[in-house]
Design a protein around this ligand. Structure first.
Ligand SMILES: Nc1ncnc2c1ncn2[C@@H]1O[C@H](COP(=O)(O)OP(=O)(O)OP(=O)(O)O)[C@@H](O)[C@H]1O
Ligand SMILES: [Mg+2]
Length: 593
């Protein structure tokens, strides 16, 4: 219940502002929206006119026995009904167009935003929650815009119109039923208040369920390897149960509102029959007026009922909109400065100046005071124990994260002063965790340069020692790889990722442990091929094998986020006990390989 309380506060704080923001999305569809409004007004006016015609038919036609009026009136009612139906249809159709348009825009905005959010956002974000926001949350907001807003307007027009007409027919009777109406309204309002916090919880639980689903499906191989299917099933069942229970609880509240609504409608009918009947007997009211009065009464009660349910739709939409705007408003930690310059084609002189970095503010730094200069054409190797900060160093170069202190410059440009695109376009990176897309090998390699020709693609694949194994597949470059590349071996994946990085012909090439799964022979092939390429570019290599780093121009030995030693192989062998240690521990397997 505590969570529900905080949800209430959240909803109260800004529901209107948030919904107003949703309504602003309507501006792109203003003509269609105006059409919706117009057809709504027309159909409401027609519906409001029907009881008036009925009143005339009864009082002038039936009571005074004038068949012509009865026939004419009936014809008019039929015509009005048909017209009302037509306008309702037009309104419904246009409203659907508008709401799907808004949902389309919202989904695109979320996707765009998610694409541009920084690494640190995605480090924390749950995929399932993001999926729920882009699908279910958007859908509920669409529901609100497509039906909610229309029904709200419709209810207000019908309520206002029928109350005026009630008053017009008999003000005394109107004042008698007004308290019942006010009471009914109050009850619905309270209901919506009680239910709205649950809605937000429902969406959160749905997000959690999606996260579980997504995680266990992408990790299905681990689940099976450890025979944890039953555990996963139970965990999913629990999330699923939670979701069902909260839905049931909400449903119970909603259901208990219905009898109350009918009770209110019946009470007010009773008041009218009793007091109105009395007035008819006293000749203050005609039968036609009484019938019209009853019709208008229902017309005003019905919207109230809808309004009660609408308050729920509104609460729901507000909760969902809040979750959507949370994503849309999330600030990216690596942002471009306004008017950031484009980085011109670079030579590749990269300098780390006293760089200190923390993944989270206030925590101990992962990198402390890292300084080094890398010159064009050099190969820089990073060496160090697991967790010493090697990947972190290279993640700072394409600005996946921003330095906490110090600065990084490329050809003299502070990388925070230039556009992300112009920076990243000149960097080819093979991440430690290779991710391929579920498409053909060709498209995967050409990911960074979709316009690449076949010969460029095969050249890159040859350099990465990937061409032979790709050719050995029956479908060659058109082989479709599984999601995230699961149908390939670890070493094959790495080689495709290297080809992908090489294809963009980057000025700075970064290989993060990219040959860890590649056998020794293939590795030396790749190394030889890279040898020719690397003269014209700056290369960063992270590797576990000394053989990979041995020929590097500079080897940076990291220890616990600090530079323990720096130099080439010979100088390090002479000066750094840590390096010599690593060297001797690896000597054996290497000579064996
Ligand atoms: N996204 C992240 N958020 C928070 N902390 C992180 C993140 N990535 C890495 N770290 C932490 O930063 C430290 C350095 O990690 P890093 O990945 O740079 O190590 P590494 O030298 O590349 O190790 P390995 O050889 O295992 O790849 C580790 O203590 C790790 O826990
Ligand atoms: Mg690493």
């Amino acid at each position: 219940m505590k969570r529900a309380d905080t949800a209430v506060k959240n909803i109260k704080k800004g529901s209107f502002k948030i919904l107003f923001r949703c309504i602003k999305y309507l501006l792109s569809y203003k003509y269609t929206a105006a059409g919706v409004l117009l057809s709504l007004l027309l159909s409401s006016a027609i519906n409001l006119a029907i009881p008036k015609v009925m009143q005339i038919v009864i009082d002038r036609g039936i009571t005074l026995r004038v068949p012509r009026i009865i026939i004419l009136g009936s014809g008019l009612i039929i015509a009005f009904s048909l017209m009302g139906a037509l306008f309702s249809f037009i309104q419904g159709y246009l409203a659907t167009r508008v709401s799907h348009g808004v949902a389309f825009d919202l989904r695109n905005h979320i996707y765009e935003k998610v694409q541009h959010l920084s690494f640190s956002y995605h480090d924390r974000a749950q995929t399932g929650q993001l999926l729920t926001r882009a699908t279910s949350d958007v859908d509920l907001v669409r529901e609100f815009i497509g039906r909610g807003v229309i029904q709200l307007l419709n209810a207000l027009i019908m309520m206002g119109g029928s109350i005026i007409l009630l008053y017009n027919i008999n003000w005394k009777l109107t004042f008698m039923v007004l308290p019942v109406m006010a009471l009914a309204f109050l009850i619905f309002f309270l209901f919506a208040r009680i239910i709205s916090p649950f809605i937000k919880i429902i969406q959160e639980k749905l997000g959690l369920l999606n996260t579980r689903l997504q995680e266990s499906i992408t990790g299905i191989r681990v689940v099976k390897a450890f025979a944890r299917e039953v555990f996963e099933e139970e965990r999913f069942a629990k999330s699923n149960r939670d979701l069902r229970d909260i839905n049931l609880r909400t449903g119970k509240y909603i259901a208990s509102g219905m009898p109350l609504i009918f009770a209110m409608a019946n009470i007010s009918t009773l008041v009218v029959v009793w007091a109105g009947g009395y007035q008819v007997l006293a000749n203050y009211l005609t039968i036609g007026e009484l019938v019209a009065f009853m019709s208008y009464l229902m017309m005003s009660m019905f919207p109230m009922m809808i309004l009660g349910m609408l308050l729920m739709t509104i609460a729901q939409a507000a909760a969902c909109a809040e979750r959507i705007f949370e994503v849309l408003d999330a600030s990216s930690e690596t942002v471009e400065k306004p008017g950031a310059a484009r980085l011109p084609p670079i030579q590749g002189k990269l300098i780390f100046e006293n760089v200190t970095f923390r993944y989270f503010k206030g925590t101990a730094p992962v990198l402390s005071r890292i300084s080094f200069t890398a010159l064009p054409g050099q190969t820089i190797a990073l060496l160090g124990a697991t967790g010493s900060g090697k990947s972190t160093v290279i993640n700072l170069i394409p600005r996946f994260y921003d330095v906490s202190e110090g600065r990084i410059t490329i050809d003299g440009y502070d990388i925070r002063d230039i556009t992300l695109e112009s920076l990243r376009r000149q960097i080819g990176i093979v991440l430690q965790e290779v991710i391929l897309f579920g498409t053909t090998i060709r498209e995967n390699i050409a990911y960074g340069k979709p316009e690449a020709t076949d010969s460029e693609i095969t050249a890159a694949a040859r350099t990465a020692a990937a061409h032979p194994f790709i050719e050995s597949f029956p479908q060659g470059y058109n082989t479709v790889v599984g999601e995230r590349g699961v149908t390939l071996s670890g070493g094959q994946k790495q080689r495709i990722a290297i080809a992908r990085a090489l294809l963009v012909d980057p000025r700075i090439l970064i290989l993060d442990d990219s040959m860890s799964s590649v056998d020794f022979k293939a590795e030396s092939k790749i190394r030889q091929a890279l040898e020719d390429l690397r003269r014209e570019r700056l290369c960063f290599v992270i590797a576990q094998r000394i053989s990979t780093v041995r020929n590097a121009d500079q080897i940076i030995v990291l220890d616990n986020g600090k530079i323990a030693a720096m130099g080439n192989h010979e100088s390090l062998m002479a000066e750094s006990p840590l390096y010599a240690d690593i060297y001797y521990s690896q000597l054996k397997p290497e000579t064996a390989g």
